[in-house]
Design a protein around this ligand. Structure first.
Ligand code: DC
Length: 208
């Protein structure tokens, strides 16, 4: 069973996907981490994450150890990930890994193009959204929780800029698959979102 969970940054899709995977006994892949790891590798070399050659070389040489790094979150990693994610050759280099991931046991994957490109025939597709304000509050709390300093305005501006870049890029832009269920978490806390999403997933997979 493949469950595709897409949506903009800080909509709550990662938390939801992880909990749904645990409830159903499926492996979980946070595909954003792949782009974050590529961005980090490019930054390590001193190159610009928008540099097509540097980013493509980094994507082709990723190893599992790159996903374990402790510096894959935060504004610098966010921006670098979004930049490398707009490069078609980077996306192509990461496609097989994502497709093979769910091949034997099924999986829950979250990202931007899981239901549109990576698994267009996924069994369940959720497009998780929330208002910019709700997402800003959540991301702000998350950053403060890590002990880092930031302002609400900076977080809002970062999210809006990244969403705009992810939505308007030519390669696999962020958009709901035509057969995805829209799931707006603006008015829900994490527990309510999980309970409702799990019911939704179960109703769509009752024939499994
Ligand atoms: O989900 P995230 O915030 O960790 O993703 C980081 C960046 O990677 C985001 O700006 C968009 C990009 N991304 C993507 O283009 N496709 C995916 N499947 C996952 C993430």
């Amino acid at each position: 069973m493949i469950i595709a969970i897409d949506g903009p940054a800080a909509a709550g899709k990662g938390t939801l996907a992880r909990r749904i995977a645990a409830a159903l006994g499926l492996p979980y892949l946070d595909t954003g981490l792949l782009y974050r790891a590529v961005g980090r590798r490019v930054l390590d070399t001193g190159a610009d994450p928008a540099d097509v050659e540097a980013a493509t070389a980094a994507a082709r040489s990723l190893t599992e150890a790159d996903f374990q790094r402790s510096d894959l979150r935060g504004p610098e990693a966010d921006k670098a990930a979004s930049q490398v994610a707009s490069i078609p050759a980077v996306r192509a280099a990461l496609l097989d890994y994502q497709r093979h991931y769910g091949a034997t046991k099924g999986a829950v994957l979250d990202g931007r193009d899981i239901g549109t490109i990576v698994f267009p025939h996924a069994d369940v597709k959720l497009f998780v959204t929330a208002s910019l304000e709700a997402r800003t509050q959540r991301r702000h709390a998350e950053i403060l929780g890590r002990g880092e300093a930031t302002s609400i305005d900076a977080v809002r501006a970062d999210l809006a800029a990244r969403d705009e870049a992810d939505r308007t890029r030519a390669a696999a832009p962020l958009k709901p698959a035509h057969d995805a269920t829209l799931f707006d978490t603006s008015e829900m806390d994490a527990d309510m979102a999980f309970a409702k999403a799990l019911l939704l997933v179960k109703s769509k997979t009752s024939s499994f």
